[in-house]
Design a protein around this ligand. Structure first.
Ligand code: C5P
Length: 220
């Protein structure tokens, strides 16, 4: 049986880049669970379902199929009922929608089940908010990747600038602090390190050094 490596933490700590590289080095599959929440958000929004209506939400989730397909250059395609929605789901707006629908127990139950099913097929580097605490409590290797809010805000601004936007650094930092608070204080699957997770702070560390640290820890 192949292992599951979990990487949880707030957004902007470098989870995606690190998880992709780690998966490539281990020859494991990279599981981007944020993309799954984003795809569900897109589906719910397109169907114009009122998420507060439990029955409607349940019905809407039943006709939903999400697939993640490896593409070249350790990229991943997100398929929603067969349609490639990779581009759409990565917008900041869909991040917000994902965050809203991720509070509903039906959504979390459905994705938790799907994520566990994917782990049955082989080695996995699972990235998200609740991988080590809820979805894979028995994972052999758990990491919690953190970074100072200021550093995460700096990276986020850089990213937005590369996309031709002109972010206000103070505003970005405030958004990050608010999102941290919301994620940590929500009732379901609050963001926190698993008791047996290794906590890594990437504030002062190049991402490649974090990957090497994790590899050494896994092989240790
Ligand atoms: O990581 P990413 O920014 O793509 O995640 C989008 C949103 O989905 C997060 O802000 C979080 O609210 C939600 N999420 C979650 N549990 C996960 C992954 C993501 O609740 N395992």
């Amino acid at each position: 049986k192949k292992a599951v490596v979990t990487i949880d933490g707030p957004s902007g700590a470098g989870k995606s880049t690190i998880s992709r590289r780690l998966a490539a080095r281990l020859d494991y599959t990279y599981l981007d669970t944020g993309a799954m929440y984003r795809a569900v958000g897109l589906h719910v929004r397109r169907r114009a379902v009122d998420a507060e209506d439990a029955e409607a939400l349940e019905a809407c989730l039943e006709e939903l199929a999400i697939e993640l397909l490896p593409a070249g250059d350790d990229d991943v395609l997100v398929l929603l009922n067969g349609e490639d929605v990779s581009g759409i789901v990565r917008s900041a707006e869909m991040g917000l929608v994902a965050s809203q629908i991720s509070a509903y127990p039906q959504v979390r139950r459905k994705l938790t089940e799907l994520q566990r099913r994917l782990a049955a097929t082989g080695g996995l580097v699972a990235e998200g908010r609740d991988m080590g605490t809820v979805v894979f409590p028995d994972a052999l290797h758990k990491f919690y990747l953190d970074a100072a809010p200021e550093e995460r805000a700096r990276r986020r601004c850089e990213q937005l600038r590369q996309r031709g936007e002109n972010p206000e650094p103070k505003e970005i930092l405030e958004q990050i602090i608010k999102r941290d608070h919301d994620d940590a204080s929500r009732a379901l699957a609050p963001l926190r390190p698993a008791d047996d997770a290794v906590i890594v702070d990437s504030s002062q560390m190049p991402l490649e050094a974090v990957v090497e640290f994790m590899l050494a820890n896994i092989k240790g």
